[in-house]
Ligand binder design. Structure first.
Ligand code: ATP
Length: 231
């Protein structure tokens, strides 16, 4: 997944990506620039088999590959989604650290919505042992004061280093990345596709063609977002 020849700063962006949209790509672009990444890996998570899944992992991966095809900095990995058992982030990061030792710096990128629920993730307090955490924050999301309270509560071992940067004893950091709003969600894309409405401007053109060609999202989602397991 991470070629040895890649530079040392590796971003990991987890999500469901059903489908990938321009909001995800805006996060990726902002993170790659702000962190001077050498590689950014999109890592779709598995959706539990007992839950309704609007589209298969293979479709989600194919759409991601189309969306990143023009950017040599980006790649897509099925590491999380294909692993037997749940796709826990801490397991992925442990594996990467085992493979690369201290050779690479990993930056795990998540939205502020995901960060607000991080205490439900498996062994969340170990994540910073393996990677820096980058929380992408949009103006309409939880107030920064609330998120900072979350940092203090969930990660008491962090020392404040700057306005919105904290340092872990391992040397990894937790930091916030402010993003301009890109008002699109996968739920909205699925709803529009089910209604036969235009998806122009919300997702890359190649992904629109893929959705049409494979007749994805033709039936209206029964209940908003696909269910996720704790990461
Ligand atoms: P759904 O609508 O199905 O819940 P989603 O659009 O939130 O999906 P995910 O794949 O769950 O997409 O998102 C992965 C990460 O990307 C999440 O942490 C989320 O906060 C972030 N994200 C999603 N949409 C946007 C957006 N428009 N701008 C910035 N970040 C986003």
């Amino acid at each position: 997944m991470v070629p040895d020849s890649t530079g040392r700063r590796i971003g990991l962006f987890g999500g469901t990506f059903d489908p990938v949209h321009n909001g995800h790509l805006a996060v990726a672009e902002a993170a790659a620039a702000a962190l001077a990444l050498d590689l950014l890996i999109f890592m779709p998570a598995a959706i539990p088999p007992h839950k309704d899944s609007p589209s298969s992992l293979d479709h989600r991966l194919a759409m991601l590959r189309l969306a990143v095809a023009d950017n040599p900095l980006y790649t897509v990995s099925d590491l999380e989604a294909r692993r037997a058992g749940p796709s826990y982030t801490v397991v992925t990061l442990t594996e990467l650290r085992r493979q690369f030792g201290r050779e690479k710096d990993f930056f795990f990128i998540m939205g502020a919505d995901a960060f607000a629920e991080i205490s439900t993730w498996k062994e969340y307090d170990r994540l910073l042992d393996y990677a820096s955490l980058v929380v992408a924050h949009r103006p309409a999301e939880a107030a920064m004061a609330e998120l900072e309270e979350g940092v203090r509560r969930f990660f008491p071992q962090l020392a404040r280093e700057g306005a919105e940067v904290w340092r872990h004893p391992s040397g990894n950091r937790l930091l916030f990345l402010h993003l301009p709003p890109v008002p699109v969600s996968s739920t909205e894309v699925r709803k529009l596709a089910a209604a036969g409405d235009s998806l122009a401007g919300m997702i890359p053109a190649a992904v629109i063609r893929y959705i049409h060609d494979h007749r994805l999202y033709r039936t209206a989602p029964s209940s908003g977002a696909p269910a996720r397991q704790n990461r």
